[in-house]
Design a protein around this ligand. Structure first.
Ligand code: OSB
Ligand code: MG
Length: 368
């Protein structure tokens, strides 16, 4: 198929509630959408899940906007491709910028699946028809607010609760949660807020029967994560550390963690995500799909990849209503008792509500 038209949207959506991690608070999502059309007029969609500031990763919305229109889109516009994997060859000389690359990769995968009349999950080789979802809860000033959030989400049936931690809001917080909820599947995510100097604090977390501790140390610290894992009973899960197949291979070889959080965008798209999935499956490393506070478009891609066999742990792909008053896809994503049914229509399987997209769009660039 030929990629005859590409539209790049800069979008600002207001979140229902602010979300606080160890690196800051997000109130709104300023991100990008990509629409790619083929010669038959079919549209594939992808989401560039950047934030306004480079806090989670070095990319940010303005940097990806430039990366996409100045470098990446011209490489693929009007090119004939047979399969989305071919994008890797086009992009290979440009370093990193995985979130920007992933937006195009995801749109081409959606378009490819639609052109074949199959679901994105089928195109990726996934066979699950339902997936289990957990929920990620931000840091709260007031512990009672957090306890109330946990109670509510547990009652809604989410399959595991993840809370964000940072120095000073860790052991005590988890202790109080365990007093109220001794048995819920619980995990913590530090977003790189600690160093090996904090090992005593991190070791104290071992007493709370946590499913895992996500990304305690800095992204590049595979060696320090390996040292830490040797000292902890609780499995370490890597998020920010894994940007590529090679990162995953090295992390597994070093023993830097026992679980991997897959974020499609962080690894540069679905082609890479699938390769890393297959590697982890062979190595016996369980995975789950992480979230980046996506709109329904990014969420749909997350749901599709989670249908692959090695996604054995509940992911962060919660209902649209967790984040948005109104999502930009139809129907919206709805988890029932922590379970989502894979959509059955071709491609991402949800319709993009273009009026709703336009309502939130602050800038568009079109290429053909
Ligand atoms: O570390 O997984 C993370 C949100 C933004 C940036 C990083 C992370 C997160 C989340 C929320 O944990 C996941 C979600 O619900 O989309
Ligand atoms: Mg994380």
């Amino acid at each position: 198929m030929k990629l005859t038209e590409i539209n790049l949207y800069k979008v600002n959506m207001k979140m229902k509630n602010p979300f606080t991690t160890s690196f800051g608070t997000e109130h709104d999502r300023l991100f990008l959408l990509v629409e790619i059309k083929n010669e038959e007029g079919l549209s594939g969609w992808g989401e560039c899940v950047t934030s306004e500031q480079p806090l989670y990763i070095e990319e940010f919305t303005e940097s990806s906007w430039i990366m996409l229109h100045k470098f990446l889109i011209p490489l693929i516009l009007n090119k004939e491709i047979n399969h989305p994997d071919e994008l890797q060859e086009f992009f290979k000389h440009y370093k990193r910028n995985n979130l920007a690359k992933s937006a195009l990769d995801a749109a081409v995968w959606d378009l490819y699946a639609k052109s074949k009349g199959i679901t994105l999950a089928e195109a990726l080789g996934g066979d699950s028809t339902t997936i289990e979802v957990g929920i990620s809860l931000g840091i709260e000033e007031n512990i009672d607010t957090l306890l109330e959030n946990i109670k509510q989400k547990t009652e809604e049936g989410y399959k595991r609760i993840k809370i964000k931690i940072k120095p000073g809001k860790d052991v005590e917080v988890v202790k109080v949660i365990r007093e109220h909820f001794p048995d819920i599947p619980l995990m913590v995510d530090a977003n790189s807020a600690y160093t090996l100097d904090d090992i005593d604090t991190l070791k104290q977390l071992d007493q709370f029967n946590l499913m895992m501790i996500e990304q305690p140390l800095t992204a590049g610290d595979l060696i320090d994560h390996a040292k830490l894992q040797k000292e902890l009973k609780t499995p370490i899960c890597l998020d920010e550390s894994i940007h590529s197949y090679d990162d995953a291979r090295k992390a597994i070889e070093l023993g830097s963690g026992r679980i991997i959080n897959m974020k499609i965008a962080r690894v540069g798209g679905l082609t890479q995500a699938k390769k890393i999935h297959d590697l982890c499956e062979k190595a016996g490393i369980p995975m789950w799909c992480g979230g980046m506070l996506e709109s329904g478009i990014g969420r749909a891609h997350n749901i599709a990849i989670t249908s692959l066999a090695n996604f054995t742990l509940p992911g962060d792909t919660a209902s649209s209503s967790r984040y948005w008053d109104k999502d930009i896809i139809e129907p919206e994503v709805v988890a029932q008792h922590g379970v989502l049914h894979l959509p059955t229509k071709p491609g991402i399987g949800y319709d993009v509500n273009i009026d709703e997209v336009r309502k939130h769009t602050i800038e568009v660039k079109s290429f053909n």
